[in-house]
Structure formats: structure tokens, C-alpha cells
Design a protein around this ligand. Structure first.
Ligand code: FPP
Length: 252
């Protein structure tokens, strides 16, 4: 056994049990602004570094055997930020769509959009749709990009569509509502990670996250590296998910 020198060294010696890797991981990528402020940089530099980190974490997810990664890239409330910051976030997404989609496709990543198109500029809408169509048949990892997404808004649009489809009340079940969510057909997230230490859900996957395990780290998103992800996955693997049942029921 290797001597334990620090938390980080310990992490490197701890193996990830492939049987206990969460299938679906969702991440609230928080702390870009504070990361930049700490360094005397503009907030937008934090978002740029956040984009770079996303690439690293995506690679690590493939390596660790995560099958679905959902990222909170832009919420329905983020439109209220200063226009210059909103513009930078839009241009980062556009950059990703213009320059990263081919690479994602080559690596077997299927890109999906989780959120609404209303309010998104028509040329960005077209680019999002193109990326989704281009990568549609990839199976190595599903990357759900929650963009212009809000959990309450998702529920409101689901209720509207259920009513518009004339579904009788007695046919409205958990499973049916799930089919009206942007994530229809996908399993709920097993693990939701939030960086930067905030203890809030922030309107993210409020339906799908009902029984997700939460993991919060003080690390700001641009610094949340592969070893931090490994630590989160190891901790998830040690948790006991009961889904409202008792330990005895789970054991029987
Ligand atoms: C939260 O940090 C982060 C965001 C609102 C944007 C997340 C975007 C990226 C990581 C870039 C990649 C994006 C796309 C579109 C693929 P914050 O700004 O709230 O940080 P703070 O709480 O420290 O101010």
C-alpha cells in the first residue's frame, strides 16, 4: 500500500469501481466569475476557461465510463446578466458549435439540446440543430447541453403540451410526464455535481433530479479537473441509494 501523503495523492491510488460508475452525470458548472475575479481577470475569461475545462471533463467522462453527461450551460434566468456577458456566453457556444462538433463526432459523442429555442437567435438555433442532427447516431457518450434551460419552464411547457394533446387526467403518470421533458427517453441523472460550493439547485433538472445524489465541491469550475471528477465518482460509488425505501428493503 502506498503511503498517503495528501488528499490528492490518495485519490490517485484509489481505483474507480467500474460497476459503480454513475451512468448519467449532470454538472452545474459554477464559479467561472469568481475564478476570474480571484485572478484579477474579467468574468468572461472565467467562462472561456470554463469552456476549456469542459473539453477535459468530457474526455474524463468517456475514460471513466460515464454514458450521459448533462451540463448546465445557460439558464432561462441567465438572460438577465449584463448584455456583454450574455453576448460572450452566446459566442462561446457558437465557437463550440463551429469548431468542436467535428471532434465530438469523431469521438462518438452525441450532442443533444436540453432547453427551449424561443429567444435564441435564428442563426444559433440553426447551428444547434445542425450539431444535433450531425451527431444523432453516435453512441459513445450523450452530451446534453442545457442551454436556455429552466426546470420550471420545462414543467410549464410539458403541462401545456399534455393539455394540448388532450391526455385524460387518469393517464397522467410519472412516466408520462417524463416523456414530455426535454430528456425524454433518457434515464434520470444518478449524480448531480455542483462546483463552487453553492448549496442550491438553481432550477436545474428539478423533475429528473428527484432521486439524484448530490455532490458539491468548493472548487470553481475552471479548476474542477479529472482527479476531482474521479473523487466525485468514487464518493458516489460509496453512497447507498434507497429511493425512499429502507435499508432492509434494499438488502432483501
Ligand atoms: C456559472 O458561473 C457559469 C455559467 C453561467 C456559464 C457556464 C458556461 C461555461 C462553462 C462555458 C461553456 C459553455 C457552453 C455554452 C458550452 P458564474 O458566472 O455564475 O460564476 P460566479 O458564480 O462565480 O459568478
Amino acid at each position: 500500500m502506498v503511503a498517503i501523503v495528501s488528499d490528492k495523492d490518495q485519490l490517485k491510488t484509489e481505483a474507480l469501481d467500474p460497476e459503480r460508475v454513475p451512468k448519467h452525470v449532470a454538472i452545474i458548472m459554477d464559479g467561472n466569475g469568481r475564478w476570474a475575479k480571484q485572478r484579477g481577470l474579467p468574468r468572461t475569461e472565467g467562462h472561456r476557461q470554463g469552456k476549456e475545462n469542459l473539453r477535459r471533463i468530457l474526455e474524463a467522462c468517456v475514460e471513466f465510463g460515464v454514458e450521459i453527461l448533462t451540463i448546465y450551460a445557460f439558464s432561462t434566468e441567465n438572460w438577465e446578466r449584463p448584455p456583454a456577458e450574455v453576448n460572450v456566453l452566446m459566442s462561446i457556444l457558437e465557437l463550440v458549435l463551429d469548431h468542436e462538433v467535428k471532434k465530438l463526432h469523431k469521438n462518438g459523442v452525441q450532442v443533444r439540446h436540453v432547453g427551449k429555442m424561443d429567444g435564441v437567435s435564428p442563426h444559433l438555433q440553426a447551428k444547434i440543430q445542425k450539431a444535433v442532427d450531425y451527431t444523432r447516431n453516435n453512441t459513445r457518450l450523450i452530451l446534453n447541453v442545457a442551454f436556455n434551460y429552466g426546470g420550471r419552464d420545462e414543467l410549464v411547457q410539458a403541462i401545456r403540451r399534455i393539455v394540448a394533446d388532450g391526455i385524460p387526467p387518469e393517464e397522467i403518470t410519472d412516466a408520462l410526464v417524463s416523456q414530455y421533458m426535454y430528456t425524454a427517453g433518457l434515464p434520470d441523472p444518478d449524480l448531480i455535481i455542483r462546483t463552487s460550493g453553492e448549496l442550491r439547485v438553481s432550477n436545474f433538472l428539478i423533475w429528473q433530479g428527484a432521486y439524484s445524489e448530490y455532490y458539491v465541491t468548493p472548487t470553481y469550475w475552471p479548476d474542477f479537473d479529472k482527479e476531482e471528477l474521479r473523487k466525485a465518482l468514487i464518493e458516489y460509488g460509496q453512497r447507498r441509494r434507497r429511493f425512499g425505501k429502507t435499508d432492509e428493503q434494499i438488502d432483501s
